[in-house]
Design a protein around this ligand. Structure first.
Ligand code: 6R9
Length: 645
């Protein structure tokens, strides 16, 4: 990683920014030295409370517990909608840009209020009440945001499942949190192609007897099946509902949502976030990280199925009364200039996307960028995976014409909001570094013995004290929350990432240190893919690792051992790919499948993934100690037949 370039804070930007360098330093210091005082002020500055709190925070990392503003009462939608009606009812809240470049619309805060209240009442009419779980399986249409907010209005807990997940993956998530209502659409549209959401939902619901209601938005009008007792059209039920709906008073620690994410073992976990702390973290990071100024158009290209969509398309921006752009399509449709066309069309001021998109667009050539003018852009951001300095430089020079700072934001589903990030008016930038901690965040690097390291060095990234947007539990399995995040290094929240800290205290994320892959910014457990492959009747065993991939960041490399007597074939490879598609979804498509007559195992039967990773990466010089393998000769065989030469 090159550190040759340091980009200073643009002077004009610093002069008008919410936070400059001095303020950052003073506020950061106060946030960690006097957290109660700091957060009390911020909680009132950023949020409206129905009843103020007397307790600020309480946490015990040994029990995996964190509580913020516990006796405070508020409603998320009062904060995201109602309070803006007094002075910006007719200002845009959401600008929606369809997959089709001729399709867009603007939703004002007044419209948003009406849509959300009506949908909330329609849900109530189907018996949904505080604490119930509602699953949302939607394309990127405004109704997805309405659905999340309608749940928050009445205190129901939403669980958004990414529209690219398969029926099986959807079913698992519905069952795990016992959702009884599903909100979906007939079809989604991406890159000109229809995605059969209702069809997938029907397949999933065959196994979910507790789902009594499936509310369906008509997006395309494509042919779908209909279950009279269970299915209702959104356009029939919602417009007919009353437009007045009182917000449910919520304790700050009442759950707001569950969002499933992958870990190194087992099935995806339902990460649970609550009301007050999460909203404060989302709102505050949105304002400071993007230096959001009133009236600006802000665009985050994520899908609402991921945490980035939750915090930085819906909750953070709306809490701040911002204009948030929601995009239904893909970066390369109709062509690789789409992002920049949309920037010009809606005069976008801040633009937030994933490194994988930047790399793909960089590969398509500068002409697609240069045909747009992008003069509205003031700020760029990235999220989801480490950005290589080359892609950073291209983003900065070509997209931002050297004028726009880039905020490289490191955080996780579990952290709720940004943890390490530059603030555009305060932080000098180093391409490839997520720079410094956000207010209240105390990162540490731990060495192999679990001891905190001082100064420059490389280790496991952990967090030492509670922050407002912290994960509260794994839905239905708090012990799993403790085991996953708090037991590797007792007394710390362990992120699963490795990081290096340089002489300026800047953090450089080096990637996951566990068995989690990051493919195009999507998190996946190797165990999930292995178990999908293992379902095939001809497969005896499978081991999956990541390998460096130019565009995706990481690709999926599968080693597959067949049952005795079974022969490898291209046909079988196709079946294995289909298996992953069926069990998880297209995002889990194997890039390379190597037939492996044997896997490198220790005498106790543990697969030595370190070796598999090296072979997949074609890094053969330093395989490390193989003497503890039960049969060291399998390694030669794997090397001879490796696919990434
Ligand atoms: C927000 C989000 C979390 C994992 C995280 C890390 C990787 C995210 C990053 C980054 C380097 C960044 N990650 N942002 N790595 N630099 N700026 O992506 O949440 O889907 O839960 O993934 O993504 O490995 O641990 P999530």
């Amino acid at each position: 990683m090159s550190e040759s370039h340091i980009y200073p804070v643009p002077k004009a930007l610093a002069a008008n920014a919410h936070i400059d360098k001095e303020r950052y330093e003073a506020m950061y210091q106060q946030s960690v030295e006097q957290p109660e005082a700091f957060w009390t002020v911020k909680a009132h500055e950023f949020l409206n409370w129905d009843k103020s709190f007397t307790k600020v925070r309480e946490f015990d990392f040994n029990q995996g517990e964190a509580k913020w503003f516990e006796d405070g009462v508020l409603n998320v939608t009062t904060n995201c909608i109602d309070r803006h009606l007094a002075d910006r009812a007719d200002e845009p809240a959401i600008i929606w840009e369809g997959d089709n470049p001729y399709d867009s619309k603007t939703i004002t805060y007044r419209n948003l209020h009406e849509h959300v209240c009506k949908l909330a009442n329609a849900l109530k009419a189907r018996g949904v009440k505080k604490g119930d779980r509602v699953c949302i399986y939607m394309p990127m249409i405004v109704e997805a945001a309405y659905a999340m907010l309608a749940c928050a209005r009445i205190g129901a807990i939403h669980s958004v499942v990414f529209g690219g997940f398969s029926p099986d993956a959807l079913k698992d998530r519905i069952l795990d949190s016992d959702c009884q209502v599903l909100i979906t659409a007939d079809e989604g549209v991406r890159g000109g192609k229809a995605i059969p959401l209702k069809y997938n939902a029907d397949r999933a619901l065959e196994h979910c007897p507790n789902v009594h209601t499936c509310l369906v938005v008509k997006r395309t009008g494509g042919a779908i099946d209909w279950e009279d007792k269970r299915d209702i059209w959104y356009h029939v039920a919602v417009p007919a509902a009353d437009e007045h709906c009182d917000p449910e008073p919520m304790a700050a620690e009442d759950p707001l949502f569950i969002l499933y994410t992958s870990g190194s073992t087992g099935k995806p976990k339902g990460v649970m976030h609550t009301t007050g702390g999460y909203l404060l973290h989302a709102a505050m990071t949105h304002k400071y990280t993007f230096d959001y100024q009133p009236g600006e158009v802000y665009w985050c290209t994520a899908d609402v199925g991921w945490v980035t969509g939750h915090s930085y398309i819906v909750y953070g921006p709306l809490a701040n009364g911002a204009i948030t752009l929601m995009f239904e399509g893909v970066p390369t449709y109709p062509d690789a200039g789409r992002f920049w066309d949309v920037v010009d069309k809606h005069r976008v001021n801040s633009f937030y996307t994933a490194p994988t998109a930047i790399r793909a667009l960089m590969g398509a050539g500068d002409e697609f960028v240069k045909r747009s003018n992008r003069s509205s852009l003031r700020l760029l951001g990235t999220v989801g995976e480490p950005i290589n300095p080359e892609a950073w430089e291209w983003y900065h020079r070509v997209v931002g014409e050297g004028r726009c700072p880039i905020v490289d934001t490191w955080w996780q589903t579990e952290t709720g909001g940004h943890m390490l990030t530059p603030l555009p008016g305060a932080t000098e930038l180093k391409p490839g570094s997520a720079t410094l901690p956000f207010f209240g965040v105390e990162p540490v690097l731990l060495d192999a013995e679990g001891k905190e390291m001082e100064g420059p060095g490389e280790g496991s990234l952990a967090i030492k004290s509670s922050w407002p947007g912290q994960i509260r539990s794994v839905y239905g399995d708090h012990q799993r929350c403790i085991d996953t995040y708090y037991s590797t290094y007792p007394g710390y929240y362990f992120t699963g990432d490795g990081a290096r800290r340089d002489e300026d205290g800047y953090y450089w994320i080096t990637g996951r240190v566990d068995d989690v892959l990051n493919v195009s910014g999507h998190r996946m457990g190797t165990a999930e893919i292995e178990s999908a492959l293992g379902l095939h009747s001809q497969v005896a065993e499978a081991a999956v690792v990541g390998y460096p991939h130019d565009i995706k960041g990481q690709g999926i490399y599968c080693y597959v051992t067949l049952m005795d007597g079974e022969a490898p074939s291209d046909e079988l490879k196709k079946e294995l790919v289909a298996m992953c598609n069926q069990e998880i979804g297209p995002i889990a498509k194997p890039d390379l499948i190597q037939w492996a007559p044997g896997l490198p195992k220790t005498r106790s039967g543990k697969i030595m993934r370190r070796i598999l990773r090296k072979v997949a990466a074609n890094e053969l010089e330093n395989l490390g100690d193989t003497s503890t393998l039960a049969d060291p000769s399998v390694v030669d065989e794997l090397i001879d037949n490796r696919l990434n030469k």
